[in-house]
Structures are given as structure tokens and as C-alpha cells.
Design a protein around this ligand. Structure first.
Ligand SMILES: Cc1cc2nc3c(=O)[nH]c(=O)nc-3n(C[C@H](O)[C@H](O)[C@H](O)COP(=O)(O)OP(=O)(O)OC[C@H]3O[C@@H](n4cnc5c(N)ncnc54)[C@H](O)[C@@H]3O)c2cc1C
Length: 478
């Protein structure tokens, strides 16, 4: 048996046949990518062991207890067009707990406008694309008439972009918007409103390829594509408890609190996976860990340019949690302009709070605030909430805390596309998964699930052997 990282002993490049029923696969990492890989492989008849370093499954999308409150580390939403994540919810029996709204409807409050006249809405009609958004855009009060017309023209130009063109990834979205007549105001009040939340970058910092992917798929593919879904229960209920139940029923051996320290080729040309106190032997290994950890675990020669993994940047998301003694927000969520507050979600029911209301502020692109002390954030955000939600003015703040995710997503910067590896490595039987791999999607739950199915397909030897064994959406994505 070979030991340690970075070894090519035992012939990393030896030929290992595709994983078949009865073969053993070890999946490292129990985030959405790893759980998906494990389920997809087990469903195809493979014996699977899933190893997760933390005490729970769910990776970057999890819950924890704070007294009686069940808190998500960060508000998560998905869109109707996220076919892979929706498959995942179905597969774990959680779809009814995270439904999609009937029709896209986002209240947008602009605090720079006079009180009483601040509310705009982004919603859709039951008309074909792109007319489904036409009426809402025509009535959107936060842009001038000329800006609204120019947004329509830019949307059509975006629809015409070819997502398969690698040149798109070399440009930034902000410059493209400017070149297509978008004012700074149109970028702030419309493009960034959607782009910051989905990409975790402002337009000027985002790859045109990823931005075009998000806007084309979400807003310009199907009338219902951008309808928003979110969990009405804590994320842990879905990504940990129900995921664990599905894994157990599929026969996956799941070990939490089990950190993998090395992966190496064994003398039979298979794989040895080292965890404290045990070495697991496997026919195939899927590394479904963040890019930095994948870099550390990859044996030499597994990727042509392993250092590319370290060049994929990361971006933070901050969530600010406020519990009031009374109801202060009637809508399930809203978004705001003219204030540092980005998106506000009502978390009361999901958290189990019995009295008052619990709001979570989801703050993307939080580079400037991620390390600020709680007191400073409290001083900034409570007055902003008073401006935004008049009913907070007489309300008592029962609790105020923050959750900080410094590496919430990979940075969707121009050029990131060529740094993201696919599922296959040069080492036979060793595969990669994770939202950061080459799925074409930004760092989302959708990307994580897609990558997991992609890794399972690669391990099973697509297209031949996995045909009929993988979820339907995969054919469409392949
Ligand atoms: C605050 C926040 C808000 C977000 N909002 C949204 C949103 O609204 N919509 C959306 O779609 N996405 C959102 N995302 C992104 C989404 O959560 C991630 O893209 C997705 O969960 C990533 O899943 P993953 O499986 O690829 O990686 P991860 O979740 O990072 O999972 C990797 C797992 O590997 C484990 N691991 C690492 N090293 C080892 C080792 N050596 N041995 C064993 N295990 C190991 C880790 O503990 C982890 O559990 C958000 C993320 C955050 C943090």
C-alpha cells in the first residue's frame, strides 16, 4: 500500500475499468455534491462509503441550534430551472418541504424614493418568453422609461449569446452591460439585484459566461424558470436528516466525523483511503471536497495543472439574524435598494420561533463586512431595518447575531471557467465533484448536485454503462 499525498507509486496512470455493480466506491465529502454522488452510485448498484469530516452532512448548507432557535448558516434559495437540485429534493423525499412559489414575485423596496412610493415588483405573467417579464419591466418604478427599454434590448442581446463560446468567460459582465447601453442605475436596480444574489459578485467582477448562463437559464429560457423555491424547514432537515435517511435506505455506509488524510493507489491498482485509525480500499474514489482540500488530497499526476485549483478565488456571504418581539414583515422575503440591506427573509416558521418574528438578512459580496464585529454590524443594520420596515421602529430586538461564511462560493471572476476541472482526472478511478468543478453553473446547490451526478456518471463509465441508471435531468445536461 502507498501512503501519503503526492505519490505516483502503484501506477496512478494504470488502467482501471469502469466501476460496475458490486464495486466499491469511496466518496470523500458529505456536502450536496458528495451526497448526490453517493446516492447516484448506490442507485446504480455500487457499494458506497461516504466519509465526511464534520459531525453532519450538508457541507456549506446546514443548520445549528441557538437555544430554541434552529438557525441556517445562510439563507438558501433555488429556482424552478434548477432541475438537478429539484431531483435531489425528490430523491431524499424533501420536495414538499422546499416548494417553489407559483409565480416569480419579488418585492423590491427602494429607500431612495419618498415613503409610500418605494415598492416595485419583479414578477412574471403566464406569457411566453420574453413577454412573461414585459409587463413587470414596463411598470418597474425604479428605472426610467428609457432605462426600462434599454434593459429589454440588453436582455434580447444576452439571449443571443452562445454559452458554449469560451470567449465569454474572458470578459466581465459589467463591461458588456455598459457596452449594451446599461446605465449605472440599471445595473444597480436590476442586473446586480439578481446577479449579486446568484453569482456572489457585482457585474464588474463577474464572468460574462457565468452571468449569461444565469440570466439566460433563469430569466430567458422558460416563463417559470426563475420562480423561487426555498426550504420551509431548517436546511439540516433536508441536507442532513433526510439525506442521511435516503443514504441509509440506499445501503450507503456513511461516516461523519471522519476526515480523510490521504488518498493513494494501492498495490492492486485500486485506491487506499486513509482516515484516522482505518484504511479503506476502493475501486474508485470521488473527491467531493472544496478545491483547496481536493488539491491537498490529489496524488501527483492526477491533473495536468493542479495549481489551477488554488487560483480559483473564493467569495464570502454574511447573514445577519434579528429576532423581534413582534411581526414586522408581512411578505416571506423582499429585496432592497438605497441601503446596505440586500435580501430579507422571514425565518420564523422554519426556525421554530413561537413568538415574534425572526428575520435573516442575506448579504452577498460581503468582502468589506465579513470580519466586522457584531456590535458594528448591529449599529449599521438595525437603523437600516427601521428605514426599510416601519413596524420595526417600536419593536424590541430580542436577539441579534451573525453567521459568517468566508468561502461561501468560488469567485465567479472572468477566466474562472478554464480553471474549473471536469469530473475525470488522469488517475483512473479518481474523480472530482463539487460546486466549483466544471458544471457551467455558478457556485450553487444546483452546481453541487450536477457535479455529483457527473462524477457518478464518469465513475460508471458514461455513456454506455450508466444509461438508464442516472437521473433524467442528466441526459439533458450531458
Ligand atoms: C451563506 C451561503 C449562502 C448560499 N446561498 C445559496 C443559495 O441561495 N442558493 C444556492 O444554490 N447556493 C447557495 N450557496 C452555495 C451552496 O451552499 C454551495 O454551492 C453548495 O452547498 C456546495 O456544495 P458542495 O458539496 O460542492 O461543497 P461543500 O458544501 O463545501 O461540501 C464539501 C464537504 O467536504 C467535507 N470535507 C472537506 N475535506 C474533507 C476531508 N478531508 N475528509 C472528509 N470530508 C471533507 C466538508 O466538511 C464539506 O462537508 C450558499 C452558500 C453559503 C455558504
Amino acid at each position: 500500500m502507498t501512503q501519503g499525498n503526492g505519490t505516483r507509486e502503484g501506477g496512478v496512470l494504470a488502467d482501471v475499468s469502469a466501476l460496475g455493480p458490486g464495486g466499491h466506491a469511496v466518496v470523500v465529502g458529505g456536502g450536496l455534491a458528495g451526497v448526490t454522488t453517493a446516492l447516484a452510485l448506490a442507485d446504480a448498484g455500487v457499494r458506497v462509503t461516504l466519509l465526511e469530516g464534520r459531525p453532519r452532512l450538508g457541507g456549506l448548507a446546514f443548520s445549528f441550534q441557538r437555544g430554541d432557535l434552529t438557525v441556517d448558516n445562510g439563507q438558501h434559495v433555488y429556482l424552478r430551472c434548477c432541475t438537478a437540485y429539484r431531483w435531489f429534493l425528490d430523491r431524499i423525499g424533501g420536495a414538499a418541504l422546499a416548494p417553489v412559489q407559483n409565480r416569480l414575485d419579488v418585492p423590491v423596496v427602494d429607500l431612495a424614493r419618498p415613503e409610500g412610493n418605494r415598492l416595485g415588483r419583479l414578477r412574471r405573467d403566464a406569457l411566453p418568453v420574453p413577454l412573461h417579464l414585459g409587463r413587470s419591466l414596463a411598470a418597474y418604478p425604479h428605472l426610467s422609461l428609457a432605462e426600462r427599454a434599454s434593459v429589454g434590448r440588453a436582455a434580447l442581446a444576452l439571449k443571443g449569446l452562445d454559452l458554449a463560446d469560451p470567449a465569454l468567460d474572458t470578459q466581465d459582465f459589467g463591461s458588456w452591460l455598459t457596452a449594451h447601453g446599461q446605465s449605472a442605475r440599471a445595473v444597480e436596480a436590476l442586473w446586480d439585484l439578481v446577479g449579486v444574489a446568484t453569482l456572489n459578485a457585482v457585474a464588474g467582477d463577474a464572468s460574462l459566461g457565468l452571468a449569461a448562463m444565469v440570466f439566460k437559464t433563469g430569466l430567458l429560457s422558460d416563463p417559470g424558470a426563475a420562480d423561487i423555491g426555498w426550504a420551509r424547514v431548517p436546511l439540516g432537515e433536508l441536507h442532513d436528516r433526510l439525506a442521511r435517511k435516503a443514504l441509509d435506505s440506499a445501503g450507503v455506509r456513511t461516516e461523519v466525523r471522519t476526515r480523510v488524510t490521504s488518498v493513494s493507489v494501492n498495490e492492486n491498482g485500486g485506491w487506499s483511503v486513509q482516515v484516522p485509525g482505518e484504511t479503506l480500499e476502493a475501486d474508485a474514489v470521488v473527491l467531493a471536497v472544496p478545491q483547496r482540500e481536493a488539491y491537498d488530497l490529489l496524488p501527483d499526476g492526477a491533473l495536468d495543472a493542479p495549481d489551477d485549483l488554488l487560483r480559483i478565488g473564493t467569495a464570502p456571504i454574511l447573514n445577519i439574524h434579528v429576532v423581534y418581539d413582534r411581526k414586522v414583515l408581512a411578505a416571506p422575503f423582499l429585496t432592497a435598494l438605497g441601503t446596505p440591506v440586500q435580501w430579507v427573509f422571514d425565518r420564523t416558521e422554519a426556525s421554530g420561533l413561537k413568538e415574534g418574528q425572526y428575520l435573516a438578512l442575506s448579504q452577498s459580496t460581503a468582502q468589506n463586512e465579513i470580519d466586522e464585529p457584531v456590535a458594528a454590524l448591529r449599529e449599521r443594520y438595525l437603523p437600516e431595518l427601521e428605514r426599510l420596515l416601519p413596524r420595526t421602529r417600536g419593536a424590541e430586538v430580542k436577539d441579534f447575531f451573525v453567521t459568517r461564511e468566508r468561502t461561501a462560493t468560488f469567485a465567479p471572476a472572468p477566466g474562472v471557467g478554464r480553471l474549473r476541472p471536469g469530473a475525470r482526472t488522469k488517475a483512473p478511478g479518481l474523480y472530482l465533484a463539487g460546486a466549483w468543478t466544471a458544471t457551467g453553473w455558478p457556485a450553487t446547490m444546483e452546481s453541487a448536485v450536477r457535479s455529483g451526478v457527473g462524477a457518478a456518471a464518469a465513475a460508471l463509465g458514461t455513456p454506455g454503462r450508466s444509461r438508464g441508471l442516472l437521473p433524467d435531468f442528466f441526459e439533458e445536461a450531458a
